[in-house]
Design a binder for this molecule. Structure first.
Ligand SMILES: Nc1nc2c(c(=O)[nH]1)N[C@H]1C(S)=C(S)[C@@H](COP(=O)(O)O)O[C@H]1N2
Ligand SMILES: [Mo]
Length: 320
């Protein structure tokens, strides 16, 4: 059992305090400085299960001042169809995912294709913590401290050819570890993609952790993409392959229904999904619960300053 999600959150403290508290605890545990005065919820059994820490300093450029979504919600309200379609399925079933050994192969139109072991990929660049607003096309959102580094750092190492126009991200699809892969709701493996400039944008994060710890399996361990100005499904989880292509990649969701899920899928309050309005959103885990006011969704999820120029002159109703 993991102590961190249930036990700490069970006490009645604010998300910010939880965050700080968790970090101090991890530090204290690492330093071996726990004496007899353990908090009642922090059992010795729990101590043995301390999740692996990710060393990452908060990057002030990406430090949203919004209230953080409590760890409990970030790790229990998930979309990860490889483990089922209910929001609670990934937390319930992702424990079968084997995250070691794990390799990510980088291939296609690059000068230096390479297959990297996850532990080498982790060390490729300095890990940063970034607090990003995330919005799912279904109308809910969260504010999450992610740990990773800009995908551009990896891309620069493999030296894309001039002909590389897009980057494709491919998730693991192993029915032995992922029960959802036996059903054919979408085409497996889960595939997503970005245009080269989007992949190179400093905001696009190759992500290994959240809240200063390695990614929980339900959040896409051991490595995923996080693209905060696009709807959640663009952020592929548990990736095993990154491929550079000349043609726009076919993504699992646009193959499912191209009318519902475009390639770009930028957060855009003016362009509704056929089934869900995109004008406003519900913040998951808001302390005001069901009385929480709906939040207005912002263009590009509020990241327009960093990304709008990439779409200058593009009709975003057509290229949704
Ligand atoms: N491989 C894979 N990646 C995925 C998904 C998925 O089903 N499979 N769901 C996407 C969707 S729709 C969302 S909203 C986010 C959710 O990420 P989170 O659970 O960490 O918040 O993951 C995205 N990445
Ligand atoms: Mo989503």
């Amino acid at each position: 059992m993991r102590f961190t999600d249930k036990t700490i959150i069970a006490s009645d403290i604010t998300p910010k305090a939880v965050f700080e508290n968790r970090r101090n605890l991890i530090k204290a545990a690492a330093a071996g400085s726990f004496g007899m005065a353990l908090a009642p919820w922090f059992s010795r059994e729990a101590l043995a299960n301390t999740p692996e820490k990710i060393n990452a300093a908060l990057n002030p450029t990406y430090a949203s001042k919004e209230e953080l979504t409590p760890y409990k919600y970030v790790t229990s309200y998930n979309n990860f169809y490889e483990f089922g379609t209910d929001k609670s399925d990934p937390a319930a079933y992702a424990n079968t995912l084997q995250t070691r050994p794990w390799t990510v192969s980088i291939e296609g139109l690059v000068k230096k294709p390479v297959t990297l072991d996850i532990d080498d990929l982790l060390k490729l660049a300095t890990m940063e913590e970034r607090i990003y607003r995330m919005r799912c096309v279904e109308g809910w959102s969260m504010v999450i401290p992610w740990d990773g580094y800009s995908l551009s750092k990896l891309i620069n190492k493999v030296e894309p050819l001039g002909s590389a126009k897009y980057v494709e991200f491919i998730s693991l699809a192993d029915p032995k570890q992922m029960p959802g892969v036996k059903s054919n709701i979408i085409q497996w493996p889960y595939r997503e993609g970005l245009r080269m400039d989007e992949a190179m944008n400093p905001l696009t994060l190759l992500t290994f952790g959240l809240y200063g710890e390695v990614l929980p399996k339900q959040n896409g361990a051991p490595v995923r993409i996080v693209v905060p100005w696009k709807y959640g499904f663009k952020s592929a989880k548990s990736i095993v392959k990154i491929r550079f292509t000349e043609e726009m990649p076919k993504t699992s969701w646009s193959q499912f229904d191209a009318r519902e899920y475009g390639f770009y899928s930028n957060v855009n309050p003016q362009v509704d999904h056929p089934r869900w309005s995109q004008a406003s959103e519900r913040r998951i885990g808001d302390t005001k619960g069901m009385f929480a006011p709906k939040i207005k969704t912002q263009m590009f999820n509020g990241y327009g300053d960093q990304v709008a120029s990439m779409y200058a002159g593009m009709d975003l109703k057509k290229y949704y």
